[in-house]
Design a protein around this ligand. Structure first.
Ligand SMILES: Cc1cc2nc3c(=O)[nH]c(=O)nc-3n(C[C@H](O)[C@H](O)[C@H](O)COP(=O)(O)OP(=O)(O)OC[C@H]3O[C@@H](n4cnc5c(N)ncnc54)[C@H](O)[C@@H]3O)c2cc1C
Ligand SMILES: NC(=O)c1ccc[n+]([C@@H]2O[C@H](COP(=O)([O-])OP(=O)(O)OC[C@H]3O[C@@H](n4cnc5c(N)ncnc54)[C@H](O)[C@@H]3O)[C@@H](O)[C@H]2O)c1
Length: 464
């Protein structure tokens, strides 16, 4: 049995825990999948590289509105695949190679599970190995789920793990689920030439978003895609490549490809965490405290496998930093904060969001005002000929505190950042609107003007 000072299980965000500050230790990393994990290989990065390509294709298709006659010939899908995955696969290989060449690190390739306190069995192609460690970081991520009506059919279906690497664009793609992945990948495949149908059990797409954002997004999607809202799949029949999907209202839909995007579940259930005294919640997420310690002494956890914050890469990255600090400085530990967590949907239109939605603020009984500015009411919105974008900011009436912000439209993921900063430092809305100069006529004027709109109705907008 080999002993290490520190073992990290999972080479996604877990790989970011360890750097040269740990060179005095004997460190091992166990990797079942490619280095870089979901984000690099099948998540954030390929989906955004594909979405950026789709945005460019849309710009060409839409160029007539700017008096630039142009025609989109086609998206060269095999070329896009080579560019995107050629780059990302090389990154994953280089990351693993870098670890293998690090003298104080050991790379185990295989699946780890606990056999006791800080004791792991690693199953590899060559057999199995037992290791122990003084300290362990669990960063085993999550995996896509699929409804039984689909899995029981025995017919093939894609998930985000596989669909982006298809060698051909599907002709008719049915997406089950109307959340993040559906919004982003329907944008990609629609622009690449697929007919899109979305089957979503809720009444709108992206329902956790602010109602006005979810509504605007759904309306925009309805113009391009066939939306089956309030519906579930009850069965799949046919043969691979020629599928018939039945819905709970009896509708039958034809497709060559089915993409299931109904959420993900923690991989904690594959780790035998009970053998190591690691507690999990009712959804199977490993329970962590503010310092990202599990219930087992000497075991930390981060990312999608845990109950610590939303399953987003910037959350996991920050958790990796906090754990690294706490491993190196146990005498002065840091705590993870989830007070201000932004998120973005890289679809068409793009969405940026932070803090409370209007419906959440109402449910909490907060007395708040809403400031809104549409892109079509600012100069750069005219320049873009944009008619649907807006920035909406929620401000507590009495204190002028910004409690939530929502942007829909071009560059929304970037435009949200000044509001993330303002909320992080708890700057009053009036100060954020009036103290800095906002460059004219940039898109950021949508943010500035939404803030000015909100503070008109505040009792106390902040500093005068
Ligand atoms: C399509 C898609 C798009 C996304 N886009 C965004 C985005 O734009 N922005 C954003 O913030 N987030 C995005 N996310 C979410 C983001 O990818 C995840 O939150 C993040 O990657 C989680 O990191 P992690 O380290 O917890 O898990 P992972 O990156 O999944 O890493 C876990 C690693 O552990 C390995 N592993 C699992 N079990 C074991 C085991 N028993 N033994 C050894 N190794 C094991 C896995 O092979 C994997 O490499 C997206 C996700 C998807 C699916
Ligand atoms: N830009 C980003 O940050 C980004 C992008 C993609 C994925 N992600 C991460 O990956 C996670 C998974 O994404 P996702 O899109 O799979 O999940 P999601 O939770 O965003 O959306 C799932 C959707 O599927 C619907 N649904 C569930 N069961 C269904 C059923 N049986 N039939 C029809 N609809 C059903 C839900 O109502 C929901 O709208 C996200 O929650 C997020 O953490 C983030």
């Amino acid at each position: 049995m080999t002993h290490h000072d520190l073992v990290v299980v999972g080479a996604g965000s877990g790989n970011a825990v360890v750097d040269d500050r740990f060179a005095h230790l004997d460190v091992a990393i166990v990797a079942q999948g490619p280095f870089g994990g979901t984000c690099l290989n099948a998540g954030c990065i390929p989906s955004k590289m594909l979405a950026a390509t789709a945005d460019i294709a849309n710009t060409v298709q839409d160029s007539g509105r700017h008096n630039v006659p142009a025609q989109l010939e086609k998206i060269d899908w095999p070329g896009v695949q080579r560019r995107v995955f050629g780059r990302l696969d090389a990154q994953a290989r280089d990351a693993e190679q870098g670890r293998r060449e690090t003298p104080w690190m050991t790379v185990y390739r295989g699946h780890a599970h606990f056999t006791g306190d800080r004791e792991l069995q690693i199953t590899t192609d060559a057999g199995s190995e037992h290791i122990t460690a003084d300290r362990i970081v669990v960063a085993a991520g999550s995996r896509p789920t699929a409804p039984p009506a689909i899995t029981d059919s025995g017919l093939p279906y894609e998930t985000s793990d596989t669909v982006m690497r298809l060698d051909k664009v599907p002709r008719r793609l049915i997406v089950v689920g109307g959340g993040y992945i559906a919004a982003e990948l329907a944008h990609v495949f629609h622009t690449a030439g697929a007919e899109i149908t979305i089957v979503e059990q809720g009444e709108r797409l992206l329902t956790p978003q602010d109602e006005s954002v979810s509504r605007a997004f759904t309306d925009s999607a309805r113009a391009r895609w066939d939306l089956r809202l309030g519906r579930e799949v009850t069965g799949v029949h046919g043969t691979p490549g020629d599928l018939t999907v039945t819905l709970d209202d009896g509708t039958r839909l034809g497709a060559d490809t089915l993409l299931v995007a109904v959420g993900r579940r923690s991989n904690a259930d594959t780790l035998h965490i009970d053998k190591a005294g690691i507690a999990s919640d009712e959804q199977g997420l490993i329970t962590v405290d503010e310092q990202l310690r599990t219930s087992a002494p000497g075991v930390w956890a981060l990312g999608d496998v845990t109950d610590g914050g939303p399953a987003l890469k910037h959350v996991a990255n920050r958790q990796a930093e906090v754990i690294a600090h706490n491993l190196l400085h146990p005498d002065r530990p840091q705590e993870m904060s989830y007070r201000v967590v932004p998120a973005a949907v890289f679809a068409d239109p793009q969405i940026g969001q932070v803090g409370l939605t209007e419906q959440e603020a109402r449910e909490r009984g907060i007395d708040f005002v809403v400031g809104r500015r549409d892109y079509q009411d600012i100069a750069y919105g005219w320049a873009l000929e944009n008619t649907q974008g807006f920035c909406k900011i929620l401000v507590e009436r009495d204190t002028g505190t910004i409690i939530g912000a929502h942007v829909l439209g071009p560059q929304a993921a970037t435009l949200i950042q000044p509001l993330v900063l303002a909320m992080t430092w708890q700057l009053p809305a009036r100060e954020v609107a009036e103290r800095p100069l906002w460059p004219h006529p940039a898109l950021t004027e949508a943010v500035e003007n939404a803030l000015r709109e909100a503070i008109k109705d505040c009792v106390q907008g902040g500093a005068d």
